[in-house]
Design a protein around this ligand. Structure first.
Ligand code: FMN
Length: 649
């Protein structure tokens, strides 16, 4: 049934019949059958190569599914070498294929490379020791060696032959520890570093755990690259760029770069690149704490989602008292005694609403409904809720659940691409009955940006706000469990340095404001620019005035649905609550600052906000204000206190 000539006849034209016969007689060794190795084997088999020696000691597991040719449900737990040999034989049953299911090592290296015409490297990125040995042996035996590395959404190719620099001459690994060798390998593979500027979440690069992200597209590009150069080398077809030359193609950036680094990693350009890379790795070594996945009961699992609800300044004004496995009591407190943004407790109540909404969403995913009752006898600033989870057959799991942990505040500029009509419609319906959304977009953004800029004057010139900022920023970090991390503030390094200096004493703020227009720099960056750079500003408004604690809690629920829906639509999001808060204080006649001029400013800003939002829109119905738009996800964020730290002792 199988016929070699027929099976590979469609290669003819790009190769001659004589060349196809030559390929049939070639032997290729492939070490590593994971991300790239599996694709290499199948591609080279389809090219009509007749003989392989393949090595891998690993078994397929679920984490391989995104990119490895042999990774599938059928093959879970099976040896990669066996699976890949079977898949290749399914394409060419006449294959001469020898497997090394214990992997390649110093003892079997000679056997592995026996009679081999070409080595195609596919070892794990961090398998640096054995890679050094295999390349060394190839050089000794005069076997050409190709490595195609999947990088981002592209591939970088290096070829070592008897005429080229050797692997060691190029990478200069000897005498360096494993971390440095990994850096050297990375930079040597891709001197053009085309993949570097679109890494979306650098916390996924974990040099310590020897783990990095990888895409299926890159693996397939590698197979295409390596297959092509295998053909050229095996058939002596024209020039092949050999080390210290390399090729890097990045499909994401639509860029091709041919590089030339005489001296390899000793080249001055490479040394500079290495120095920068070392610094970057050090700077990026901070990763958010891992979640606790040893949660035993349904209520613990639901609360573990709920704790990701947003709260002003990441205050998390709640504690949990566990009952039986489906019950808990939630004890809350507001921050009116010290936080100028929460003088009537409503900011905390909105956050509590977001917490309760998240509880519902998480319960629905477990096929349950969360019954929540507020204890009527508890004081307004210390609300207590009884929660019980009830089985609810047929309840639909909320589509918002996957976004509970990824919902985040982005305080940097977004793009100005407007939201589409359907996006706005979905956001408008997410708030639910009793609420609507006012959009401020297009040219209105300018007026909002000016309003925010002026409003920020209040934040930066009143001792009451200074006191809050002093407490709620954690300096020098990317991730903070109970405050705002410095890097999430949305200001550049200079501004952050000035802010940090000024926040040490009120005298310094006064000095800066008096002699150096100290509020300008932060206000320009954190309010005016961001006010302009977004798709739209929004205000969620209620049909009825917000009067009671329950009104604010219900508003917080609507906000959380809206924010999660925005996250589901891949929109960036930042609350802009202080204009609402200060203007509400002014309208209620509550004295929030001892600085008279700023108290007056709040009243004046309230009038401007009224004009912007339309005269029929009364201030007491405004729940939440913010901005949304397309843009990059933040690299720094507030994380949360662990569930264990939130349990009431
Ligand atoms: C009621 C409320 C008011 C907030 N006000 C602001 C604000 O005015 N400006 C801002 O940048 N973030 C604001 N936030 C966002 C919080 O700082 C943020 O949710 C919290 O630090 C947790 O971070 P995360 O949203 O990135 O998880 C507010 C959040 C809530 C719930």
């Amino acid at each position: 049934m199988f016929d070699y000539d027929a099976a590979f006849s469609r290669n003819l034209g790009w190769v001659t019949q004589a060349e196809q016969a030559i390929l049939r007689n070639k032997r290729i060794a492939i070490a590593g059958l994971g991300g790239v190795g599996g694709s290499h084997l199948l591609t080279l088999t389809r090219l009509g190569i007749g003989s392989f020696r393949i090595a891998d000691f690993d078994h397929f597991e679920i984490q391989n599914f995104n990119r490895q040719a042999g990774a599938s449900v059928t093959h879970l737990g099976q040896a990669k070498a066996d699976v890949m040999a079977t898949m290749a034989r399914d394409i060419n049953p006449e294959l001469d294929i020898v497997t090394f299911p214990a992997g390649v090592d110093a003892d079997n290296l000679d056997d592995f490379l026996d009679g081999v015409d070409l080595y195609v490297d596919s070892l794990d990125f961090f398998a640096l020791d054995i890679r050094n040995r295999v390349f060394g042996a190839c050089a000794d035996k005069g076997i050409p060696a190709v490595t195609a590395a999947p990088l981002g959404m592209g591939a970088a190719l290096l070829v070592f032959t008897a005429q080229s620099m050797s692997y060691e001459e190029y990478f200069r690994m000897a005498g360096h520890d494993a971390d440095e060798q990994a850096l050297r390998f990375m930079l040597g593979l891709a001197p053009a570093r085309l993949q570097m500027n679109y890494l979306a979440d650098d916390t996924r690069v974990d040099f310590n755990a020897k783990k990095g992200p990888s895409t299926p597209m890159a693996c397939e590009l590698c197979a295409g690259f390596a297959g092509t150069y295998a053909l050229k080398i095996l058939l002596n077809r024209g020039p092949v760029p050999v080390a210290p030359r390399g090729i890097h193609f990045d499909a994401y950036r639509n860029k091709l770069s041919t590089t030339w680094r005489p001296g390899g990693n000793n080249n001055p350009l490479q040394r500079l690149g290495l120095a920068v890379a070392r610094r970057l790795v050090m700077a990026n070594s901070e990763v958010p704490p891992a979640d606790d996945d040893s949660l035993a009961t349904p209520i613990e699992r639901v609360l573990d989602y709920a704790r990701w609800a947003p709260s002003g300044d990441n205050e998390q004004p709640w504690q949990f008292e566990l009952g039986d496995e489906r019950c808990a009591v939630i004890h809350t407190h507001d921050t009116r005694d010290w936080c100028v943004y929460d003088l009537d407790g409503s900011s905390s109540q909105i956050a509590i609403g977001a917490l309760l909404e998240t509880l519902d969403i998480a319960a629905s995913a477990a096929g349950m409904a969360a019954r929540v009752e507020r204890r009527p006898d508890t004081p307004e600033d210390k609300l207590v809720f009884d929660v019980s989870l009830e089985e609810q057959p047929g309840i639909a799991a909320s589509p918002l659940l996957p976004f509970v942990r990824t919902r985040v505040t982005q305080r940097k500029p977004f793009t100005t691409t407007p939201l589409t009509l359907s996006q706005k419609a979905m956001l408008e319906s997410s708030v639910g009955d009793g609420y609507s959304v006012i959009w401020l977009e297009g040219s209105q953004r300018r007026s909002v940006a000016r309003l925010l800029f002026d409003n920020a004057h209040i934040r930066l010139s009143t001792p009451e706000a200074w006191e809050v900022h002093r407490q709620n920023i954690e300096w020098g970090v990317r991730f903070s469990a109970d405050r705002l991390p410095e890097h999430a503030l949305g200001a550049d390094l200079l501004t952050r340095r000035i802010m940090r200096w000024a926040l040490a004493s009120w005298g310094r703020v006064k000095f800066l404001n008096r002699f150096f227009a100290g509020t300008w720099l932060p206000r320009l960056q954190m309010d005016l620019l961001t006010g302009l750079k977004c798709g739209a500003h929004f205000v969620i408004v209620a049909e009825q005035p917000l009067v009671s604690v329950d009104d604010y809690i219900a508003g917080g629920r609507a906000l959380q649905r809206f924010w999660l829906e925005a996250t589901r639509q891949n929109l960036q999001f930042q609350p802009e609550m202080t204009p609402l808060i200060f203007s509400r204080y002014a309208a209620q006649g509550s004295q929030f600052t001892a600085v008279e001029s700023e108290q007056r400013r709040a009243a004046e800003l309230g009038e401007r906000l009224d004009t912007l939002l339309g005269s029929d829109q009364d201030a007491s119905r405004r729940v939440f204000m913010g901005r949304v738009g397309f843009g990059e996800a933040p690299r720094s964020r507030s994380v949360r206190k662990a569930l264990s730290a939130l349990l009431k002792k």
